[in-house]
Design a protein around this ligand. Structure first.
Ligand SMILES: Cc1ncc(COP(=O)(O)O)c(C=O)c1O
Length: 386
């Protein structure tokens, strides 16, 4: 179709460089890949059983496009009990196809062409193509020199320079850096936003994987201006079931629900039934995995520090964003390929994330055996190139 013109906004976008890099190194024999952004655990048995029962019971029909009410009730209870965020399940929460569905519908429903969207970086890249597809404009704030956190003064300065900004995107615990915010930090951070016509899309998908401190939700701190995005992919090792949520003020959720309805009709019915089980009987399933991730994190931080590699200790999610040792320069893709070819170790180049050049993302959603072997390989590689 030589003369056929596709959506011009797509011309600004590139396919995911994380997936491309992962595919390129996957052929290397015996490679250990710490590249994956999904739990290595299986979905808990009782949750799988609920999904199977749903199929057996012929739950094979569309649901309400906002999701089964009983699931929205379970999600509201979960958010209330865990994070003191209070939502009315009838009009303040919708079920989406993964957190991705919530992010897509939120940005699409709440922005107009040329609206500015403030995005602290490095961050999970998905928000950027969705912003661009809507004709809105990302305004990046580099947090590298602030310990990868957006500070109130940087936010204030950005708001002054961009008074028309419509949305702020926050993701914490943060992919790819693993940092998160304390209650005090969040309270100070939202101060410049209060009572301004600006909405925060707060992607808290890793909330159950917070270490050393309890997760504090913007759904508690700034409910009237927050769309809380979450889901079961990380907390319950359910990436493939594709269940997420968007929660917030009823008038905004009504618009977000329209986009979700027009794009996917409703989330898969059997996955919704499994999700009800996950959020009720399995409300604390994530804590068992969390304990395992903490052990892995502590082990990795110890080994990396012994090797003299600079890292900020993550307090959530399952990533470490480590600086490339100076003798290897700062080109993360070049370093990533070299590490894969010479040491048979796969890490995601930081350059796959905005402002991430000079770093590598290491995912510890991998078995302890693989992590030990990975650190041994990295150590040998470093010793071979002093
Ligand atoms: C910060 C963040 N948000 C959202 C997602 C996507 O979640 P889901 O699989 O539920 O769509 C991911 C996946 O890696 C993520 O890291």
């Amino acid at each position: 179709m030589k003369f056929f013109k596709t959506n011009a906004r797509l011309d600004q976008l590139q396919p995911s460089s994380i997936l491309a890099f992962d595919a390129a190194i996957s052929e290397i024999p015996d490679i250990i890949k710490l590249t994956l952004g999904e739990p290595d655990f299986n979905t808990p048995e009782h949750v799988k059983a609920a999904g199977k029962a749903s199929i057996t019971n012929n739950e094979s029909h569309y649901t309400d496009s906002s999701g089964k009410l009983v699931l929205r009730v379970a999600a509201a209870d979960f958010l209330h009990n865990k994070y003191h965020a209070t939502y009315n399940p009838t009009n303040q929460i919708i079920v989406t196809v993964g957190a991705t569905g919530a992010i897509y519908s939120t940005i699409t429903a709440l922005t107009n062409p040329n609206d500015e969207v403030i995005i602290p970086i490095p961050i999970f890249p998905l928000y950027i193509p969705i912003t661009l597809l809507n004709g809105a404009k990302p305004v990046f704030v580099d947090t590298t020199n602030d310990g990868f956190k957006l500070t109130p003064s940087r936010l204030q300065a950005t708001l002054l320079a961009h008074p028309q900004a419509k949305m702020l995107i926050l993701n914490y615990p943060t992919n790819p850096t693993g940092v998160t915010y304390t209650r005090e930090e969040l309270t100070a951070l939202v101060e410049p936003l209060r009572n301004k016509p600006i909405v925060v899309l707060s992607d808290e998908i890793y909330s159950e994987l917070s270490y050393d401190q309890n997760h504090v939700s913007l759904g508690e701190i700034l409910p009237e201006q927050t769309i809380l995005v979450t889901g079961l992919s990380k907390s319950h090792a359910m990436t493939g079931w594709r269940i997420g949520f968007a929660a917030g003020p009823a008038d905004l959720i009504q618009k977000i629900a329209m986009i979700s309805q027009f794009t996917v009709t409703s989330a898969t019915t059997n996955a919704q039934d499994a999700a009800i089980e996950a959020l009720t009987s399995g409300a604390d399933d994530g804590l068992i995995m969390q304990a395992e991730y903490v052990k892995r994190r502590d082990y990795l931080i110890k080994r990396l520090t012994q090797m003299g590699i600079a890292v900020i200790k993550p307090t959530g999610a399952f990533y470490i964003f480590m600086q490339i040792p100076t003798q290897f320069g700062t080109d993360s893709f070049a370093f990533g390929h070299r590490l894969a070819i010479e040491a048979h170790l796969g890490l995601v180049p930081g350059g796959a994330f905005p402002a991430g050049e000079g770093y590598m993302r290491l995912s510890y959603a991998a078995s302890m055996t693989n992590l030990i072997n990975a650190m041994d390989r990295l150590e040998r590689f470093m010793q071979a190139h002093v």
